[in-house]
Design a protein around this ligand. Structure first.
Ligand code: ARG
Length: 458
């Protein structure tokens, strides 16, 4: 069946046909299009809109196509898209009666339905990937509840944490990434079929029936909106973009942590490369590429939003241009999620180095100030000033945490014009010990092993 033998007298030029073709990406909606045709034809039969025997023949041919697969389709130059190729297949099998399957249906509602059918599966696949990552992180965190590590703000040593607490921070972000997709799914899983070209049809179709047959939660309530809305796509790609920024942050850390300077982790050889000239090199290429690819979803989001802007109602062919960007964002996100999961879970932490970083450079200074407040009831701002000066002096004279005694503290306090504090030396060293420091943070959400254990069970 060549659509152009009616209103139009000539074929498109080859260049124009190729330029406007969606076939390259229509393969992705092949199975969904069979499902859509199947549900629609079954409904036409149930509603007595088309003859039952003809409907059965159409359904039989669709079943056969499903068995034979995509390669059974013939794509001669007159075939504009997958919808025509499938109709041609059915026509080839049962003759011109195949044309009844297009009663009360347009490619406009059909393509919107197909995209939603495929996308809802892809969303679930990505959500499963997120859950697998979360499970792996929670397990890994269990092995590092007391692996003390340094936390950063401004990428400067801030306060001690544990590897477990850090991994569980990623878990929280991933949970939100999961929940966003959950929410978006509600708006994806709605049925546009029955909107037809844009105004539904005068045939007594049953939209609830196709909605049920296709497993949608509901049908879209306005036919103009049904054929032209694509915000379910931009919303999904935003969610993917947010997920990708979680992944990019993880990759950035792995790259930094694996440097000689940080020396915090050893990346698995399986996710590393070497240099063609420098034999000593172990490069985190996979993490770098994942960091690079993580930006693709954001780029696709910008493209999609820009195409969507100011498209008048209802269907315009511009909408076709959106779909490949959606699938690209979906594919890159899925692949990146999978590789980052495996890469992070195969990392080995250098526990000695983690502890060394946490116990140096006065990362525990906040707690020294805290004990002054707690034990001697001096205002936190005063304590902050004294400890700040202690760190300043100690650093200038090459002293470390171990050298900070009660006597040393009092010398500096007096220098600043405050009274002696006479703190207990043992208490001072306890406050400056990174593991003790972490253990004291028993507030919900904190890094103490017991709190992280609660977060792991959540
Ligand atoms: N390939 C088109 C798309 O993806 C099919 C939909 C309708 N085509 C049309 N010419 N009205 O949007």
């Amino acid at each position: 069946m060549n659509l152009r033998s009616g209103r139009l007298k000539t074929e498109m030029t080859d260049e124009a046909a190729e330029y406007t073709s969606s076939l390259e990406f229509d393969k992705i909606i092949f199975e969904a299009d069979i499902k859509t045709n199947f549900a629609h034809t079954l409904m036409l039969k149930e509603q007595n809109i088309i003859d039952g025997e003809i409907a059965d023949k159409i359904l039989g041919a669709l079943d056969q196509l499903k068995e034979e697969g995509y390669n059974a389709l013939v794509f001669d130059p007159s075939v504009e898209d997958i919808h025509m190729a499938i109709e041609n297949y059915v026509t080839e099998k049962i003759g011109p009666e195949a044309g009844f399957m297009h009663t009360a249906k347009s490619r406009n509602d059909q393509v919107a339905t197909d995209i939603r059918l495929v996308l809802r599966d892809r969303i679930i696949e990505i959500q499963v990937g997120i859950l697998e990552f979360i499970e792996g992180l929670v397990e890994l965190a269990g092995q590092h509840l007391e692996t003390v590590f340094i936390g950063y703000t401004h990428l400067q040593h801030a306060q001690p944490i544990t590897i477990a607490h850090h991994l569980m921070a990623h878990v929280q972000a991933l949970k939100r990434d999961y929940e966003r997709l959950d929410d978006t799914y509600k708006r994806v899983n709605l049925n546009p079929l029955g909107s037809a070209a844009m105004t539904t049809t005068s045939f007594p179709i049953n939209r609830q029936l196709t909605t049920d047959l296709l497993g949608f939660d509901d049908y879209l309530r306005n036919s103009m909106d049904g054929v032209s809305s694509r915000d379910f796509i931009s919303e999904t790609v935003f969610d993917l973009s947010a997920l990708c920024s979680t992944l990019a942050k993880i990759c950035e850390e792995l790259i930094l942590w694996s440097t000689y300077e940080f020396g915090i982790i050893e990346m698995a050889d399986e996710y590393s490369s070497t240099s063609s000239i420098m034999p000593q090199k172990k490069n985190p290429d996979v993490a770098e590429l994942a960091r690079g690819k993580s930006t693709i979803a954001t780029g696709e989001l910008m493209t999609i939003l820009s195409i969507l802007k100011a498209i008048p109602y209802t269907y315009n062919r511009d909408l076709q241009e959106i779909t490949p960007h959606l699938w690209n964002a979906v594919d890159v996100t899925k692949d990146t999620l999978s590789i980052v999961t495996k890469m992070l879970l195969s990392v080995k932490f250098n526990e000695d180095r983690c502890l060394e970083l946490a116990g140096t450079n006065f990362a525990t200074a906040t707690d020294l100030a805290d004990i002054m407040v707690r034990e001697k009831k001096i205002p936190f701002r005063t304590a902050h000033k004294i400890v700040g000066r202690i760190v300043n002096e100690a650093t200038a004279h090459g002293l470390t945490e171990k050298d900070v005694t009660s006597q040393y503290i009092d010398e500096i306090a007096e220098e600043l014009g405050f009274d002696k504090l006479e703190l207990d030396d043992e208490l001072v060293q306890k406050a400056l010990n990174p593991l003790e420091n972490v253990k004291m943070r028993t507030v919900p959400g904190g890094p103490s092993p017991e709190m992280v254990e609660i977060a792991r069970a959540d």
